[in-house]
Design a protein around this ligand. Structure first.
Ligand code: NAI
Length: 260
């Protein structure tokens, strides 16, 4: 019999911020590997477009309009997803926003709280609700699950003028390790992914900046911007049984930028 851990048929994967960028890149690879998909996004029109694309891979797709910075919306959406899809196996807390300042001294409390609301509280509420479902399912005799937090190189490198963003991403790494230890007994693993420079709407300004193109991208050993599709492999691996003993880790996907 062939070794086929990357066939995700029968599994359900939920990706927050799954209607574009890195989240959609991961959702597409998961769908192409047979996983049913739930995507959350705050923009209903973009959700619809992504839903159409994902459905074309022949899997069940549920697109929910959810603001992850709103606890009640997250609680309701997770419960609805479990009912609609029957279960959730993999949850990727990917929705995130940038939020820098001209300098740390000038960073406003409004910026700090806005970034914390999506990148930290949003991840907390998403994963807490996922754990409630998975622990309950596990206690009913059906264990297992994979939780993934999307952090950033900003968590481990000094991201000047981005202290709020960096703090949330460092927080994601720490949260995943705590979740990993606490939930291993339920067959759950929890890991963080740290993207490098990826060409998405979030980095549109940097992509259009000639100084950035001259000074930063040549320092990426892979000599190019990362693409959303570059996150398909790690998403499928972490959603699959191939990673059943891999937990509490950080996956740096940056074309070698951080080690050059
Ligand atoms: P993006 O801006 O293209 O996509 C962000 C996604 O999150 C969108 O689907 C958006 O609708 C969703 N989102 C934002 N706020 C939301 C909210 N309140 N509720 C629900 N959904 C919300 O950005 P990208 O680049 O795809 O980023 C994805 C993740 O990767 C983020 O957590 C980001 O911090 C992280 N990241 C991105 C890097 C890059 O170079 N693009 C580098 C390092 C980390």
């Amino acid at each position: 019999m062939a070794y086929q851990p990357f066939n995700l048929t029968g599994k359900v994967s939920l990706v927050t911020g799954g209607n574009r960028g890195i989240g959609l890149g991961m959702a597409e690879a998961l769908a192409q590997s047979g996983s049913d998909i739930v995507i959350w996004g705050s923009n209903a029109e973009r959700n619809l477009q992504a839903e159409g694309k994902l459905t074309s891979y022949g899997v069940r797709v549920l697109a929910q309009t959810v603001n992850v910075a709103d606890e009640a919306q997250v609680v309701a959406a997770m419960a609805e997803a479990v009912i609609a899809m029957g279960r959730v196996d993999t949850v990727i807390a990917n929705a995130g926003i940038g939020g820098g300042a001209r300098s740390f001294s000038e960073m406003t409390t409004e910026t700090w709280r806005r970034v914390m609301g999506v990148n930290m509280e949003g991840v907390f509420w998403t994963l807490r609700e996922a754990c409630k479902h998975i622990v309950e399912r596990s206690k009913a005799g059906d264990p297992g699950g994979s939780l993934i937090g999307i952090a950033s190189l900003a968590a481990i490198e000094g991201a000047a003028r981005n202290e709020a963003y960096a703090a949330t991403k460092g927080g994601v790494i720490s949260m995943m390790k705590s979740i990993a230890v606490e939930h291993a007994r339920y067959g759950v693993r929890a890991n963080a992914i740290l993207p490098g420079w990826i060409a998405t709407d979030m980095t549109a300004g940097a992509q259009d900046n000639s100084a950035f193109a001259e000074k930063v991208i040549p320092r990426v050993p892979a000599r190019r911007w990362g693409q959303p599709a570059d996150f398909g492999g790690v998403a499928v691996y972490l959603a699959s049984d191939a990673s059943s003993y891999h937990s509490g880790d950080t996956f740096v996907i940056d074309g070698g930028y951080s080690i050059f």
